[in-house]
Every structure is written in structure tokens, then in C-alpha cells.
Design a protein around this ligand. Structure first.
Ligand SMILES: C[S@@+](CC[C@H](N)C(=O)[O-])C[C@H]1O[C@@H](n2cnc3c(N)ncnc32)[C@H](O)[C@@H]1O
Length: 222
């Protein structure tokens, strides 16, 4: 459909939720990769091996893009705790196209470079034939990650469900007021003593009360 102006397009977005979702899918920046900002994964391992976090921990990757972040978490938890332990990974995003890709769990082999070799060998399947050049996260591990649509600017009704929330490389897209709103929403989703990981270039300092800086990019709610 030919539209004469941005204003007409804006009106169309306001009236048509499918068009609005298409705009969101086109406008969001979804760059991500496996084991990005490794310090957060080293810290997660430390918190598990020192038993600060239980084997039944629940983690939320709250801006998961095409799934590399939640699958990195699941790979680590499976290797440390076993695939059958009670741990859970939730993963959400506002972009429905990347959520579809994430659910499939298929990636070009070139994206596997940062996955530790033993985890790649144990939990990832190399494509053959028409799937040559790709790998897939194995089905059992894929099923451990629950992908769903969520806009971080909305508050979730459930409360205090998570031991750890990854909120990385997304706060940069919000203004100060929206950042405080999102962090306050997420704080209510953390269990007491739970951990919030943000990107290393992102700081919460001075934005939210009741929060202790533990390491660069990691806060504990007290
Ligand atoms: C740069 S990616 C970061 C992915 C991953 N967390 C990482 O650090 O590699 C940012 C993601 O945030 C998502 N995003 C942006 N605004 C959002 C919102 N309001 N609610 C939920 N997700 C959002 C985008 O769709 C995108 O997939």
C-alpha cells in the first residue's frame, strides 16, 4: 500500500497491530553471539559451584534476540548441573522474527567459534547434506529454554520468580525514564538476593535503590 507521508504510516501503525509488529521487527537491533561478555558466564559458574545458587535455579534472558544468550546459559547449566536437574531458562524478546529463529536453534557453523569445544561436541549437532555449514542445538536442550514474546516496558504479573536475569545490551536503547521503569519491573521479578546482569557498557549506578554492585555489569538485589 502506497502511503503519502510518515504521519500516514504512523497512523497505520497505531491502528494495525500486525503492521506495528512488522515495524518493531525491522527497527530493533538484534546483534548477539554465543558466550558474549564471558565474565557473566564465569560468574554464573562461580555462583553455582559455590552453591550460592541452587541446582533448581531459574534464569531469564530478558532480551534474548535470536537465542544465542539463553542457549549459552542452558549449555553452561547442562554441563554444570546435568540436563535433568531442576534448572529452567526463560527467554523473551519484543521481536517476533528473532524469536522464531531462536526456537529453531539453528545457526551457521561460523557462529560456533566461542562455544567451548566440549559443549559444542556434547550438545550441538552438525548439519549434513542441505544443512551443511549449520549446527543445531540438540532437542533436549532446546526444550529446556522457554521462548516467549515480552515487551520490557510492560510489567509482568508474576513476581519474584527468577534467581538470575540477563538484561544485556538492551538498556542502551531506552531513555533514562524508561531504563528506571524497566529495571524496577525486573527487580520485582527477582527472588530476594537474585542477580541482575547488564551489558558491561551499561550501568545502573544511582538509578535504582536496594541494589548492590557485585562485579562490573552484575548487581544483586538486597
Ligand atoms: C542488541 S540485542 C541484545 C541481545 C542479547 N541480550 C545480548 O546481549 O547479546 C537487543 C535485543 O533487545 C530487544 N529489545 C529491544 N527493545 C525491547 C523491549 N522493549 N522489550 C523486549 N526486548 C527488546 C531487541 O529486539 C534485541 O533483540
Amino acid at each position: 500500500m502506497q502511503l503519502a507521508s510518515y504521519d500516514e504510516y504512523f497512523q497505520r501503525i497505531l491502528q494495525n497491530s500486525a503492521e506495528a509488529q512488522t515495524a518493531v521487527n525491522l527497527l530493533t537491533t538484534n546483534e548477539t553471539y554465543f558466550f558474549r561478555e564471558e565474565a557473566h558466564f564465569a560468574l554464573l559458574e562461580e555462583l553455582i559451584t559455590s552453591k550460592v545458587l541452587p541446582a533448581s535455579l531459574v534464569v531469564w534472558s530478558a532480551a534474548c534476540a535470536s537465542g544465542e544468550e539463553p542457549y549459552s546459559i542452558a549449555l553452561l547449566l547442562a554441563s554444570l548441573l546435568g540436563s535433568d536437574a531442576g534448572w529452567k531458562v526463560d527467554a523473551s524478546d519484543v521481536n517476533t522474527d528473532v524469536l522464531d529463529l531462536a526456537r529453531q536453534g539453528i545457526y551457521p557453523l561460523s557462529r560456533a567459534a566461542r562455544i567451548p569445544a566440549p559443549l559444542l561436541k556434547r550438545y550441538c549437532l552438525k548439519g549434513i547434506g542441505k544443512d551443511d555449514g549449520y549446527f543445531r542445538i540438540e532437542a533436549q536442550l532446546r526444550q529446556r529454554v522457554n521462548f516467549f514474546y515480552w515487551n520490557l516496558l510492560q510489567a509482568r504479573e508474576s513476581k519474584a520468580a527468577y534467581d538470575v536475569i540477563y538484561l544485556r545490551n538492551v538498556l542502551i536503547y531506552f531513555d533514562d525514564k524508561a531504563k528506571v521503569k524497566v529495571i524496577n519491573h525486573l527487580r520485582r521479578q527477582l527472588k530476594p538476593g537474585g542477580f541482575l546482569m547488564v551489558g558491561h557498557a551499561e550501568s545502573l549506578q544511582g538509578r535504582v535503590a536496594g541494589m548492590e554492585a557485585l562485579r562490573p555489569g552484575c548487581y544483586r538485589f538486597i
